[in-house]
Write a protein that binds this ligand. Structure first.
Ligand SMILES: [Zn+2]
Ligand SMILES: [Zn+2]
Length: 154
């Protein structure tokens, strides 16, 4: 399982491969050392049961969407259709624009789910079974506050 650990101090995203052993990584941005304790289920890519960064057991699921890719497709489509429009082929132009939006939708629909830790926002990617629920704002408010108090940010 791929884990994107969030530094508790500066929020930098630190990619780590989940192994069984506890690992200590150093944040490249602020130099803080993080000790990651992976559970057996996380190390074996079975399930996300406990966050290796903050020890929390509350997660939500969201689409693993990279807005940059979607935007590139739409911009490319707009550029190409703009060229056709310029040469007076409006129908082709609109068709290409529509196709770009469609490709975007297809890409979005095929995206995999990523599990995110409510407290520290670490992300988990892999073949594991998705057991977390969709994002809940109330839960996020409560848990984020608790975590930030614990690490002394508030
Ligand atoms: Zn940091
Ligand atoms: Zn966490």
């Amino acid at each position: 399982m791929e884990v994107l650990a969030r530094c508790p101090k500066c929020d930098a995203a630190l990619p780590v491969e989940a192994t069984g052993a506890p690992t200590t990584i150093k944040c490249g941005a602020c130099g803080r050392e993080l000790t990651l304790a992976f559970t057996d289920a996380v190390a074996a890519d079975r399930r996300v049961d406990r966050c290796p960064v903050c020890g929390g057991a509350d997660f939500y699921i969201r689409k693993d969407f990279d807005p940059k890719i979607g935007l590139t497709v739409v911009i490319l489509g707009a550029l190409i259709s703009g060229a056709f429009y310029w040469f007076g082929r409006d129908l082709v132009a609109y068709g290409i624009l529509a196709a770009a939006v469609l490709i975007d939708l297809v890409v979005y629909g095929r995206l995999k789910d990523v599990t995110v830790c409510y407290r520290c926002h670490s992300e988990f990617r892999g073949r594991y079974e998705r057991t977390a629920q969709a994002f809940d704002l109330h839960t996020a408010d409560v848990l984020e506050l608790e975590y930030e108090r614990r690490i002394g940010r508030r």
